[in-house]
Ligand binder design. Sequence first.
Ligand code: PAF
Length: 257
Amino acid sequence: MKIIRTKNDLSSEIAKRCEAGDKIGFVPTMGALHDGHLSLVKCAKQHSSCVVVSIFVNPTQFAPNEDFDSYPREEEKDAKQLETVGADILFLPTKEALYPDGYGCAIKAGKAAQGLEATFRPTHFDGVVNIVSRLFDAVKPDIAVFGEKDYQQLQVIKEMVETYNIPIEIIGAPIVRTDQGLALSSRNAYLSEDEIKIASTFNKILRNATQTKNLDKAKDELLSSGFDKIDYIEIRWNRVLGAAWLGKTRLIDNFHV
Ligand code: PAF
């Protein structure tokens, strides 16, 4: 796996790969990789012949009160894991390379970004489309893979490529879960052992809500299981989607109805 840190080096490497006939797949990440991310790489490998993974903790998608500073950064460990699944290029850009002229962005998140996450993180999706459009520009992939765990993000990105005629196929990959059904997330690293037990009820309660459609009951069940606060449980895109707080950790998950 090649580790590349500048946009120029990336462009020349990608140009070489394209001349050699490669189809470029892309998996953007913020690092602290787990099996969920590795499954995205495996999925990208099925749809392309050269997979680029980026690691960049993007400041514009965090609000000032959020966990940008404490977000886990584990570059060496991440690189080793990516080797095991056959990623071809690891792109590790700096903030200066991606935002050379500040954080302004002509591309804005569309309708898919209304409600749900955006009610609680109003600047989040503009930050996501800002960075993803910049990364797409740098990598110029044929396909890009995003996890279904961030289901609203996946819809926002699909809408972005349609609206701005970006010629990249967006592929959604299924959520990877622990044996207890907890959706893998870099933020699970914040949870204590006791909190992991409580967090593992989230998926069961949401899954049950896909049958009952009783979202108020699901909220009550989450609070009785030990969750501290529910941001939302709603049905959209034929999915039950939820976000809830356990101590200082905010978890999200979703299930097909
Ligand atoms: O899903 C994520 O990890 C991030 O939102 C992404 C897509 C890498 C953009 O920073």
